[in-house]
Write a protein that binds this ligand. Structure first.
Ligand SMILES: *[C@@H]1O[C@H](CO)[C@@H](O)[C@H](O)[C@H]1NC(C)=O
Length: 177
């Protein structure tokens, strides 16, 4: 192996281990990016992940929930294994669901919830937004928005203008006769 090849390997290995979260093992991929393996570590929350994480294995842990936006700082993340975790499937898991839907839709069918009781039968991919709940968000009635009143007043002003114009035209044509 040429010297620069060995140097690169050394550098890649150092990079990989530098930011590797404590209970996990990290490996640099030839294609850049990291393979981060955190399987079976009894994790109850997501560790701080290196920015170059490409494949993330979180299977067989004790994860119940994931903060919304948890993977937003990992632009290279491509695959995610979150099976065998006691997921509590309520509205806060909507982020994970959408992430999987975008990246690895087939994974949605093998991720199961452990609670609440009512929805443990179906995989995450088959749960509806109604079943996950809405976190108390509600659509405001549209009359509450100032923008709507702005639109309404524009329409009123436009109508008055049209009426005035019509009146003017009538007067004009009347005086021409
Ligand atoms: C899950 O992880 C535990 C250690 O936390 C290990 O003993 C067990 O064999 C693992 N199970 C599977 C199915 O990988």
């Amino acid at each position: 192996m040429p010297a620069w090849g060995a140097l690169f390997l050394l550098w890649a290995t150092a990079e990989a281990t530098k930011d590797c979260p404590v209970p996990c093992t990290c490996q640099a991929l030839e294609t850049m990016g990291l393979w981060v393996d955190c399987r079976g570590q009894g994790l109850t929350s997501l560790p701080t992940l290196p920015a170059h994480t490409r494949h993330l294995l979180l299977a067989n842990n004790s994860l119940r929930s994931l903060p919304p936006g948890a993977f937003d700082h990992l632009p290279q993340l491509q695959t995610l294994d979150v099976t065998q975790n006691p997921w509590y499937c309520d509205c806060s898991l909507t982020y994970l669901r959408l992430w999987l839907e975008d990246h690895t839709p087939e994974a949605l069918l093998i991720v199961h919830c452990s609670s609440p009781d009512l929805i443990t039968v179906h995989p995450l991919g088959q749960l509806t937004g109604y079943e996950l709940g809405n976190c108390g968000w509600q659509l405001q009635t549209s009359w509450a928005y100032p923008a709507v009143w702005w639109d309404v007043s524009l329409v009123v002003v436009a109508t008055i203008d049209l009426a005035l114009l019509a009146g003017l035209l009538c007067t004009a044509t009347g005086s021409l006769d």
